[in-house]
Design a protein around this ligand. Structure first.
Ligand code: SAH
Length: 389
């Protein structure tokens, strides 16, 4: 990857801050950043980079709009605004997903589908989201509309499938709110089952339109393997997978543990987690829909009276905003011998590690993984254990 990458949208899109740098330089910048932030806790392992760091995003989302001449454009919002940047080719989005978006933009004309205009609240098509299973090749297309009526729906589906026979499901989502959220609350499949499947660490996962699923599956497998390896499971442990999404970390670890309890706020993701459990015939996992802090608090109170149900390992993978003191206080009360913290926000990770340390946990290992080449984001997995005085 030595040829310089020139993206026509890069200045406005704000996505690939490091695109102009060689991949080696990107990795060393990320290493230094994590070193500076976290080396006071423990030595930072060398960041794990990607073999092929281009076109890795398995989830591609484009806003649909028109330019001043009335031509359809698709892309992203300019940073801090609702102006749409026309993204003709992206270096990190999966190429097949990008082609599907281009086809839909072309089809809008022949099907007389108007793109939505936020200012006038006029038009129909707001966004298109394409997700692809990297092991299965299954593809989901989500059409986000202002209302539920897609003109010539059946012919539209037929025409799209003709151009892209790898599409396995098409979902219609209605978003009638003046909002920066992409998806509205109503979804229905108009072709296929309404979800795709993918596979990570030998476990099959069902992914719905709005479930969280890591966007770089190649690196995700590496990340999860590291996280599970750090926990050094023997098969006897009771573990909690907090902020579990569709249950990915817990289900991948379930083969090496006695019992897994997952907790997640998003209802659809919990449904997926339960279905994933069934589909993989995994019998030792349970999933709950709750705020992770509230859940841990009540589990820690319940278990204080029943030491036989002790939690041995807590995996936690909060959103970029990090965890909460309530959550960490409850973890300390539950007293697991190991905590494995997966983080996509280094600053909030540093904040939370400080609090963990105050409550008697010691950082044993820090492993950055490059989940987002070309961008400034860094994922890190950290092993903590009870400080033995
Ligand atoms: N471990 C999963 C998901 C990580 S992303 C994976 O690797 O795929 C973080 C997840 O935390 C999201 O699924 C989000 O819905 C969930 N989340 C956000 N706030 C939460 C809260 N307060 N309680 C529980 N889950 C929460």
């Amino acid at each position: 990857m030595e040829k310089e990458l020139v993206c026509t949208a890069s200045k406005k899109c704000g996505g690939c801050q490091y695109l102009a740098d060689s991949y080696e330089k990107q990795l060393s910048t990320k290493q230094k950043y994590i070193d500076n932030l976290l080396k006071k806790y423990c030595k930072v392992e060398p960041i794990i980079g990607m073999k092929d760091p281009l076109y890795y995003r398995n989830k591609v989302h484009h806003v649909f709009s028109r330019d001043r001449q009335g031509n359809i454009i698709t892309g992203c919002y300019e940073a801090n605004s609702h102006r749409v940047v026309n993204v003709k080719e992206c270096f990190i989005e999966d190429l097949e997903c990008q082609k599907i978006i281009k086809t839909i933009a072309k089809m809008c004309k022949s099907f007389k589908i108007k793109t939505y205009d936020e200012d006038t609240d006029y038009g129909l098509l707001r966004h298109v989201l394409v997700r692809k299973g990297f092991k299965t090749g299954e593809i989901m297309v989500v059409l986000v509309l202002r209302n539920s009526v897609l003109p010539g729906k059946n012919n539209f589906v037929k025409a799209l499938l003709k151009e892209h026979p790898n599409i396995t499901t098409i979902v219609l989502n209605v978003n009638d709110k003046h909002t920066s959220m992409v998806l509205g609350t109503f979804s229905k499949p108009i072709y296929g089952p309404g979800f795709i499947k993918d596979e990570l660490c030998g476990v099959k996962f069902r992914i719905s339109a709005d479930s969280f699923y890591q966007v770089n599956p190649v690196q995700t497998e590496i990340l999860y393997k590291k996280a599970i390896e750090m926990a050094a499971l023997t098969g006897k442990e009771r573990i909690i997978d907090a902020y579990c999404g569709i249950g990915t970390i817990g289900l991948c670890a379930s083969n090496y543990a006695k019992e897994v309890i997952g907790v997640e706020l998003n209802k659809e993701a919990v449904k997926d987690a339960i279905a994933n459990c069934r589909e993989n015939k995994i019998g030792n996992c349970r999933f709950y829909c709750a705020d992770a802090g509230d859940f841990m608090d009540s589990v820690s109170q319940e278990l204080s009276t029943d030491p036989s149900r002790k939690i041995d390992v807590v995996f936690m993978d909060p959103p970029r905003s990090g965890s909460t003191e309530k959550f960490i206080d409850s973890v300390a009360r539950l007293n697991p011998s190991k905590v494995v913290y997966v983080s996509c926000g280094p600053d909030t990770l540093a904040r939370d590690l400080k609090y963990f340390e105050k409550l008697g946990y010691k950082v044993n290992k820090i492993q950055p993984v490059d989940m987002f080449p070309m961008t400034e984001h860094v994922e890190t997995v950290v092993l903590m254990s009870r400080d033995k005085e």
